[in-house]
Design a protein around this ligand. Sequence first.
Ligand code: OOG
Ligand code: NI
Length: 268
Amino acid sequence: MHTDADTLFKELWDSYRQVTPSAERIHRILGAEEGQRIVNDHIALRTFNLDPVRLDALAEHFLSLGYRQGGDYHFEAKKLYARHYEPPREDLPKVFISELLVDQCSEALQATVKGLVDQVSPEAVTADNFLYSGRHWQIDYSTYSNLLQESEYAAWMAAWGYRANHFTVSINHLERFRTVRDINQLLKENGYEVNASGGEVKGSPSEMLEQSSTMADRVPVQFSDQTVTIPSCFYEFALRYPKADGHLYSGFVAASADKIFESTNAGR
Ligand code: OOG
Ligand code: NI
């Protein structure tokens, strides 16, 4: 298990950046080169609710670093369950982990996903590098396409495996930009597609969290039979509002999260 959260997040960032060419360009347009510090609000990970890769097994990597379990969230239509974890230090990101409830999916999907997960050894899951270890299986393009018909989430997981699917800029820590609308404007001026599902600004001050995200980059993936360009990872932006006690709200908003999942949708 990790002794050092900074190393873990650096590795997660490196594996994310390798398949998300827009990430560093977005840092530049936010002014990182002029000294603007970019603070991460949270990252997100995905998995299946099967041993040995279920949500709890991923969470263990953070619990061992002193993270604490926060709220949980249900996404009935997408057949997902999620929890968030709060960091032991203010300067570390929160973590959002979801899992596909495979038992609620079709027999065909269950058979495919079990076939993938059976190839992951329990030792691989507890190893230091698991959360950025990518795919532990081979998959051909037609199997990916079949998963896509039923669950965008399952198809994304099958293609990408274990890695952060997004990092999230904390707007509270930016100096030049104050609102999610300003960020969306900047993104669009620079040629990025903003996820418009449920509206470009998700959440509200009364929910104490406003968010937006880019649509995922598209990069070539090597399937076992061919290479195809598919959605990889995206960038998110979050603005948190203070609670009555003066501390910033630290939870997530299920209705917003439901739409943010769609940032990796392929059919568009
Ligand atoms: C997570 C989507 C939810 C948020 O901030 O509400 C989320 C995912 O796409 O895996 O990131
Ligand atoms: Ni997020």
